[in-house]
Each structure stands twice: as structure tokens, then as C-alpha cells.
Design a protein around this ligand. Sequence first.
Ligand SMILES: NC(=O)c1ccc[n+]([C@@H]2O[C@H](COP(=O)([O-])OP(=O)(O)OC[C@H]3O[C@@H](n4cnc5c(N)ncnc54)[C@H](O)[C@@H]3O)[C@@H](O)[C@H]2O)c1
Length: 376
Amino acid sequence: MTTIRFGLIGLGLMGREFASAAARWGHLTNVDARPVLTAACDTDERAFGWFKQNVPTLEYTTTDYQALLQREDVQAVYCAVPHHLHAQFYTDVIRAGKHLLGEKPFGIDLAANRAILQEIDKNPEVFVRCSSEFPFVPGAVAIIRALREKDFGKMIEVESGLLHSSDLNPKKSINWKRMIEYNGEYGCMGDLGIHVVHIPFRFGWFPSRVNAQLSKIVRERPDGKGGVAPCRTWDNATIYGEVSQQDHRFPITIHTKRIAPGETNTWFLRVIGTRRSMAFSTKYPKTLQVMEYEEGGPQAWQNIDLGYDSAYPTITGSIFEFGFTDSILQMWAAFCDELANGRKKMKQPFYCATPEETHQSHLLFTQALESYGDRA
Ligand SMILES: NC(=O)c1ccc[n+]([C@@H]2O[C@H](COP(=O)([O-])OP(=O)(O)OC[C@H]3O[C@@H](n4cnc5c(N)ncnc54)[C@H](O)[C@@H]3O)[C@@H](O)[C@H]2O)c1
């Protein structure tokens, strides 16, 4: 078992998820590399308490990420901080020679993303990936396997989305994720987008002729201090595009919505072909929909119960249910597996989102903004 000594920068929602995944590494049965969280950084010292209580391997805490980067015993970093810090922090991590799993959107905008990719080019020995866990949910795993192994015929259309709903409540106080200076012009696309394009991009479905419908629905929110603050980020986006493959073109639709009533964290993917179609949504996490079609034959969708058929095998029985924290663990397994063994010797073939894929996502979101123009 190879151990990878990790420093964590940003001890918020996602930082705790990483610590929790590392703590139950024994869940995985065939991964030969494990993360060991030894150093943690956050400007808010109140965040240290949970980590000190729950991470026995933690040796060092600091409010200064540069101090963490100076530690020679830190080999890799997980960085989960607000978007306006991505370019500075990620380039500093890479320059310090630490491997990096960075959070999306991997730069607040296209220029920030380019700066990160330039630093990666200068430091080719550093391994860098972007966090994106939904491809590790069993329904997505099944679609990815089928896309590799089965004949979908001529592609008719692809649709993917990630839907949230808590912002439907106009009384929900604003936080950095709704402030343009910390979250970025992309708004919901930067927040939710990589989750939705990771699989399409992996299979070469990058759209041209991009046209987007963007919406600002709740334009001000309580500021949490008794007043109100403007809410200038895009709430919802639907991006339409066209994918060209050899002599064939098909439409792709990408939804990222923060105000989709009733949807708590609904990720879905529909891949529709002339011979095979597949659809999965985390709304119905046990159900994989498949239709196989022979010319002239019946057109019947099957609903197949999914068990715990994960990318990396675990101790969990195959009939049991899979959840968000499992997908985070699986994504971390893919990161550590690829870092320790290289892409060709990974224990399963699906690797984490690459910096190039984040760049494609930035190109797409920038085109989406441009297509909508200045209609605020
Ligand atoms: N993969 C996913 O499913 C997923 C889900 C939510 C968020 N995210 C991404 O994770 C990142 C962080 O989001 P979050 O939800 O964990 O946010 P959060 O607000 O819960 O946590 C961010 C943490 O960063 C800390 N921080 C801010 N400035 C800092 C600095 N200068 N130095 C050190 N620490 C600093 C904050 O104090 C806070 O504890 C974002 O890029 C976000 O888009 C990913």
C-alpha cells in the first residue's frame, strides 16, 4: 500500500468530505494507494476543531496556506476554497511541486483557468486533476461501461444536468456562492458545470454552435446582517449545442440550475441512440433505464435496479444502496490509483476530470455567456 501524505486547504463542506473519505479507506478492497491527511489550512481557525477531533493522522494546522506548502512531508494537496482563490492557490500548489486535486470550476474564469494550465505545463512532474464525483455513481458507471463496450448506433441526442433548489427560498441568506466576486460570472455554470460535462467531454462530445438561455430569478437576498444584498450571479442556465462526429451531428443539452423546484442535488444523464439508449438520474438512484432496439423490433424501456456496482469494489454487499459520500470515496480512489499507478495501470479505466477537460468547460461556459450577451 502506497501512502500519499496530503495537505488540505479549505476546511469547509468539501474539505470535511475528503477527510471523511480518507478515514474510511478500508471500505475499498482493491486500491493500493491511500491518502493520509497530515496538514490542514483554513483562515477560519474555528474550522480546526472538527479536524482535530476526527483526524488522528493530523499533525499540523495553519491559517497560512504558504506555510503548508513549505512542508516537505506534504506530497499532495486537496484545495477546496472559493473560486476567486483558485488561480493563485492552485498555481502556488503546483509550483511547490505538490500533486493537486483542485475543486471546480478550476479558476473563476477563462483567464484564471489558463493561468493554472500554464503552471501545469511548466511542472509536468506534478499530477493534477479536478474534483468531479458523479461519474462514480453506479448509474453513471453503467452508462460509461456501455459507452465503451456497446453499440449505441447513431447518436440521436444527449442531455445532462445538475439541479438544485434551495435558492427557491428568497429568504435564504446570500453566501460567497451567490456573489459574483467570489463565485464568478459563470454563476450556476461554474458551480455545477463540470459535473455535467465530465462524461460528455470524456467521450469527445464537445459542442459547437453554442447557444444558452440564462436566468436571474432571485435578484436580492438577505445579507445575514439584517439588510439585503444584490444577487448578481446567474441562477439557471440551459446550454444548447451540436456535436459533430465524423459525418454525423447530434444535439446536446446541458442544464445547470440552482432554482429547479423540488430538486435537491439531481444529476442526470440521457444518452439516446438508434440502437441503444440509456438514462439515469440520482432522483431515482436505484433505477437505470435502458432501451435496446433491433430494427423493426419492439421499443421497450427496461428499468433495472442498480445495486452497489461501483467503479472500485468495496466491502459493501452488491444489493445495497450507494450515496454521495460513496461517490466521493470512489473519486478519491481514482485520484490515488492514477497518481500511484499511472493511467494505464489503474484498477479501472475511468479517471478524474483532467485540467484539459476543465479548460473545455471554461471555453463552453464563456461561449454560453457570450451567446446570451448582456441581457442581465
Ligand atoms: N465536488 C463537489 O460536489 C462540490 C460541492 C460543493 C462545493 N464544491 C467546490 O469546493 C470548493 C469549496 O466549496 P465548499 O462548499 O467546500 O465551500 P465552504 O465555504 O464550505 O469552504 C471553503 C473554505 O475555504 C476557507 N477559506 C477561504 N479563504 C481561505 C484562504 N485564504 N485560505 C485558506 N482557507 C480559506 C473558508 O474559511 C472555508 O472554510 C469550491 O470550489 C466549490 O465549487 C465542490
